[in-house]
Design a protein around this ligand. Sequence first.
Ligand SMILES: NC(=O)c1ccc[n+]([C@@H]2O[C@H](COP(=O)([O-])OP(=O)(O)OC[C@H]3O[C@@H](n4cnc5c(N)ncnc54)[C@H](OP(=O)(O)O)[C@@H]3O)[C@@H](O)[C@H]2O)c1
Length: 332
Amino acid sequence: MTDKDILTRPIGRSGIEASAVGLGTWAIGGWMWGGTDEKQSIDAIRASVEAGISLIDTAPAYGMGLAETIVGKAIAGQRDKVILVSKCGLVWHVAEGTYFFHQDGKPVHRYLGPSSIRHEVEESLRRLGTDYIDHYVTHWQDATTPIADTVGELLRLKDEGKIRSIGASNVSEADLAAYLATGALDAIQEEYSMVKRDIETSFVPTCIANDVSILSYSSLALGLLSGKIGPDRVFAADDQRHGNARFSMGNREKVARLMEVIRPIAHHHNASVAQVVIAWTVSQPGITFSLCGARDPGQAIENAGAARLHLTEQDVSTITAGIREHLVDLDR
Ligand SMILES: NC(=O)c1ccc[n+]([C@@H]2O[C@H](COP(=O)([O-])OP(=O)(O)OC[C@H]3O[C@@H](n4cnc5c(N)ncnc54)[C@H](OP(=O)(O)O)[C@@H]3O)[C@@H](O)[C@H]2O)c1
């Protein structure tokens, strides 16, 4: 196998090409995921790159800089192999915009004012140990700053070579329209997986019509779709999955029934069910990239393998029918 076997796609109209399966680093930041292990995380990132994955998604908010710092250490000496995605707009250096949550005892606000973005990008570049970010994303939207002002600053950063393309995440339909009006949007980043498909009827048609890529996040539904969450899996109290309705026993049983539909397809392709889940995700119209978190090299290598898996149209329609049959009335 060579890197040529890896499915790659362009990010919007930026001319940047990245692996359709991306490595997500939220869990690597530890926050909301029961902590992190730096060495294991670095090994996971390096294993992912070694397995041909170029797209790495991170954010300052993932452990208040910790995920970015770990990514920076992992990619040192191989920056050219990686398409780095990072984000702005969840801030703790100022208390402007709208209060969102507390992390490590500090209030975090949603704020996308131009001078704050400039501060954030410099901090991210320092933590990541690089002088450019390939895809820079507004993480959550800020009702107090006009989107045109935010994009104006992002375009200045692009002119200066500090960022190479522009994305927006967790947008409303009105936000998306405002970003499209600037003509500068390359991609949106939204939750999408077999258990959460609402963007198929909202954002997908608009994005296809405007050449805007979609990076789907939580593509494994926080691990529920990994094929490894049985009835006995227990989550630590500081893991967001603890007490989360998505991981109810009823949902686990429904997912297990879907996995029985997926298993023969996985077997036929000599793949795992998680790989088939990810390959199904990037086979959906308009879903350009699938971001999947991984905490150790085993998960990273397994998920990377999905970028080499080619499902047939029959596979995809069998799985989609299985989703329709088994994933009804999920606990949310
Ligand atoms: N823009 C946004 O607002 C936003 C929001 C969420 C996520 N994201 C991005 O999208 C990325 C992916 O989403 P996510 O991390 O939330 O959820 P995800 O990819 O659905 O799930 C990740 C978790 O599933 C488990 N897992 C992954 N691969 C596995 C495998 N092969 N076998 C067994 N378990 C496996 C791991 O947890 P355990 O080992 O602990 O079970 C891992 O931490 C994030 O890391 C982040 O970069 C962005």
